[in-house]
Design a protein around this ligand. Structure first.
Ligand code: SF4
Length: 369
């Protein structure tokens, strides 16, 4: 993908795992072929920034040598897989993810955004992340369900992928794809219902999962300002061991000790986590002004438990859903939006000077949100 700071190269890891040796090499590749900046995506991928067109081919060769390039582009485009980062050796997540990745060649042609969530822990943690087919757990049973359905089919670790494939074939046969686009939830919303087998087990509702940084059973969860790290940070983390990627722009380190690596966030109350901001200008071609420095300077004014989204344009890439307060860049400053998305109606316009000189403007907006 072309950006103003060069090509953005998305690297899809297998089964959500980032082995230490692969991470170390990716850090080297980011320095050598890119600008040394690495983004974490909400789909659990890494993105190397600032790759020049002349170096792109060399980078792909190196990624291939690491085993990160699929045999063909079609299969790679279908490898949209999220795996619970809290998986254990007993919950089947890694076996199911590996089989699903290995069998994607058997699947029908699906839209580019169509994806899967392997979320087989005791409680689902990926429901806030985009997926079309989910593999979850109800008590001791594994269940495959279509996004948008509150029921699913009981499966085992060995039969889960067959059920996923069946559901995907049903999605295509039922008219889920139109002009190369389509999502499972939209098809279900239009009244389509998969066969009775996929209505056998009722799913429990769950509260939205909010990840907390620090120690967890599987290791240590760490965050990064704006979900971005430098190559040297990735290299330092790699020296501590293997990692797992998440859809929360956080990384789970497979170790018990807290890391001491600069530029990582290990406290969930860190104000840096109360702001999200896209790349903005000048790195993004659509960005109307720089946003991250403004977000950084406003973070302390964001109340605990609230979220401020600062966006370079109305596309709102960093947070497509609603936030408490959103600031959208304009030629003259920012549009202030309450409790909605970057594309929604504007409450008022503020200049950068007003925002930074009068933080009470933001406080009032949060109070009213
Ligand atoms: S929201 Fe706009 S400025 Fe920000 S990254 Fe997306 S397209 Fe670029």
């Amino acid at each position: 993908m072309l950006s103003r700071d060069g090509l953005l190269v998305r690297v899809r890891l297998y089964s959500g795992r980032l082995p230490a040796m692969v991470a170390l090499r990716l850090a080297e590749l980011s320095e050598h072929f890119g600008n040394g900046l690495i983004d974490l995506s909400v789909r659990g991928n890494l993105q190397l920034r600032g790759v020049t067109e002349t170096k792109y081919k060399g980078l792909v060769t190196e990624l291939d040598a690491l085993g990160l390039i699929d045999a063909d582009a079609t299969t790679e485009a279908m490898r949209n897989l999220l795996v619970t980062p809290f998986w254990t050796a007993e919950d089947g997540a890694q076996e199911i993810a590996a089989e699903l990745e290995a069998r994607l060649g058997e699947f029908p042609a699906l839209p580019g955004k169509f994806g899967y969530a392997v979320d087989t822990g005791v409680l689902p943690v990926l429901r806030g992340a985009s997926a079309d087919v989910r593999i979850e757990r109800v008590d001791e049973r594994l269940v495959v369900r279509a996004e948008g359905m509150k029921m699913g089919a009981a499966v085992t670790v060995g039969s889960a992928v067959d059920a996923v494939l069946e559901l995907c074939r049903w999605f295509v046969d039922s008219g889920g794809v139109s002009g190369g686009r389509g999502r499972m939830a939209s098809l279900i919303k239009r009244g389509a219902v998969p066969d009775a087998r996929f209505q056998a087990v009722s799913m429990a509702d769950s509260l939205e999962f909010v990840p907390r940084l620090g120690r967890v059973a599987a290791g240590v969860l760490v965050g990064f300002e704006f979900g971005q790290m430098r190559a040297k940070t990735l290299a330092a983390l790699a020296r501590l061991g293997d990692m797992r990627l998440t859809p929360w722009r956080m990384v789970l380190l497979e170790r018990a000790e807290m890391p001491d690596v600069s530029e990582t966030i290990i406290d969930s109350d860190d104000p840096a986590l109360r702001v999200v901001a896209c790349t903005g200008a000048p790195a993004c071609l659509q960005g109307l002004r720089p946003v991250r420095d403004v977000a950084r300077r406003l973070a302390a004014a964001v109340p605990i438990g609230k979220l401020l989204h600062v966006s370079g344009c109305t596309k709102g890439c960093a947070h497509p859903t609603a936030t408490d307060v959103t600031l959208v860049a304009t030629a003259m400053g920012f549009n202030l939006i309450q409790g909605r998305t970057a594309a929604d109606s504007v409450l008022r316009h503020v200049t950068v000077h007003e925002l930074l000189a009068q933080p009470e403007l933001l406080t009032e907006a949060f109070d009213a949100s």
